[in-house]
Design a protein around this ligand. Structure first.
Ligand code: ARG
Length: 473
């Protein structure tokens, strides 16, 4: 500390950093939240330095005690954060020297902020992945419970947002269940590349000290360490991968959100969200707005933004560490906060909503949604499906012209269009029959849905950490 600068790195400096520069370059306002990871990483590093004989046991004990004291100060809200110390790392190290004296200056032996911050982010994201995996599992459990409850409820299934064919409400819930299952698989897979230790890389080239990264990896519970120090300090691919997995979670939740909005309209009326999960209008007293659904939809934008932002930061960066990489944090933190909140709120919204199965069923008998069943019927009589399709199209046109439903067209008129029509055709023309007859694998018949549900129950019942797809059949 001989230079005119008060910075830990100020030795060669003859002037203080401009205040404006401190403000522009500091990451402290957003990397403060890494304090737990930073301290855990420093403690593991200090123990390794002692085991390797790089510092004495006594020095190690003093570093550990100092770091524990700092953790307590931060958690008690009395830690003196200083913006001019740039980031969480230098704040903690500076405080350590204040608390335990010059020995504190030994902590940074054989380490750089470049491998230190990489370690902190790996630890942080690993914990986030584990938290989200459990939250997703709970959302899935909620969807499976709803599916169990509504296996016999029928609603219109849509394509092009036009009524297409009736489906079981359980089937609809389970569609989301399996999207989220793949999200969990994706996160669990990306976690393998989060679960790597970068510490020991030094600034970029390794270190002149006899460090033992394998031992640090074991202590911090990492599966493996990076093989190459320049890679370890300069890539952020594990953040991109996890952000990309988050982007897909957000995409899936945005679709659910859109359906919450749509189904809450008077036009659909399939759903009444609870008072606790809706908000009102400041002018229109009658309003009950599905804001949760709107925000599940809307918050997707910032998650995609974070992914795109980080990909853009990485593009064309020369090796190894560059300060550009400091820009990895805000988007990453925001995406994790956002997606985890969305998953939790979606769970609550689903658990507290009232599903208007009466309205769903009423909507399922309309609009010629059973036309495919008629075409399938003719096809089973040996008529090529394409011809059957045309014949039923003519039936629909006739019914439409007469303002009638399919079941209201008398048999002789059906036979004029296609002689293969028989009396039993009318039995097909209920939503219940249409659902029950789609008993193919993946289908919407109660038995086929029960099979999906059994798989879903096995998937949510798996021990934490085992996210394996159970093969069907
Ligand atoms: N605050 C920095 C970051 O978030 C820590 C690493 C800085 N390293 C350096 N040599 N300036 O990336």
């Amino acid at each position: 500390m001989t230079g005119a600068s008060s910075k830990p790195w100020g030795g060669r400096y003859s002037a203080e950093t401009a205040r404006e520069v401190d403000q522009f370059t500091a990451s402290l306002p957003f990397d403060q939240r890494l304090y737990r990871e930073d301290i855990a990483g420093s403690m593991a590093h200090a123990r390794m330095l002692a085991r390797q004989g790089i510092i004495t046991d006594e020095e190690c004990q003093s570093l550990l005690a100092g770091l524990a004291g700092i953790l307590a100060e931060i958690e008690a809200g009395v830690f003196p954060w200083r913006l001019e110390l740039e980031d969480v790392h230098m704040n903690i190290e500076t405080r350590l020297r204040e608390k335990i004296g010059p020995t504190g200056g030994k902590l940074h032996t054989a380490r750089s902020r470049n491998d230190q911050v990489a370690l902190d982010m790996h630890l942080y994201v690993r914990a986030q992945v584990d938290g989200l995996l459990e939250e997703l599992r709970q959302l899935q459990a909620t969807l499976a419970d709803l599916a169990e409850q509504y296996i016999d409820a029928i609603l219109p299934g849509y394509t092009h947002l036009q009524r297409a064919q009736p489906v079981s409400l359980a089937h609809h819930f389970l569609a989301y269940f399996f999207m989220l299952q793949r999200d969990r698989e994706r996160l669990a897979d990306a976690r393998r590349r989060v679960d790597m230790l970068p510490l020991g890389a030094g600034a970029l080239a390794g270190t002149t000290f006899a460090v033992d990264p394998a031992a640090v990896a074991r202590e911090l519970g990492f599966e493996r360490r990076y093989a190459n120090s320049m890679d370890a300090v300069s890539d952020r691919d594990y953040l991109v991968e996890t952000l990309s997995a988050l982007a897909l979670v957000a995409a899936h939740l945005s679709r659910l959100g859109e359906e919450l909005v749509l189904w809450s309209t008077s036009e659909f009326g399939f759903l009444e969200m609870s008072d606790a999960y809706t908000t009102g209008s400041s002018i229109m007293p009658q309003k009950k707005n599905p804001v949760i659904g709107e925000l599940l939809r809307g918050k997707t934008g910032r998650v995609y933004g974070s992914l795109l932002g980080l990909l853009t930061v990485l593009k064309g960066l020369p090796l190894a560490y560059n300060t550009d990489l400091q820009e990895d944090k805000e988007g990453t933190f925001d995406a994790w906060d956002t997606v985890r909140a969305c998953v939790r709120i979606a769970t609550g919204a689903l658990q507290t909503s009232r599903w208007r199965t009466d309205r769903m069923l009423a909507a399922s008998g309309q609009d010629y949604m059973l036309a495919t069943d008629l075409a399938d019927y003719l096809a089973t009589k040996g008529i090529p499906f394409r011809e059957a399709h045309a014949a039923v199209g003519a039936v629909v046109a006739r019914a439409h012209g007469a303002g009638a439903s399919l079941a209201e067209i008398p048999l002789d008129e059906l036979r004029q269009i296609c002689p293969a029509f028989g009396d039993e055709v009318y039995e097909l023309l209920t939503p219940e029959a249409a659902v029950a007859r789609r008993n193919s694998p993946m289908g919407t018949a109660p038995a086929a849905v029960r099979e999906q549900l059994a798989l879903a129950d096995r998937l949510v019942g798996q021990a934490p950490g085992t996210i394996a797809w159970v093969p069907v059949e």
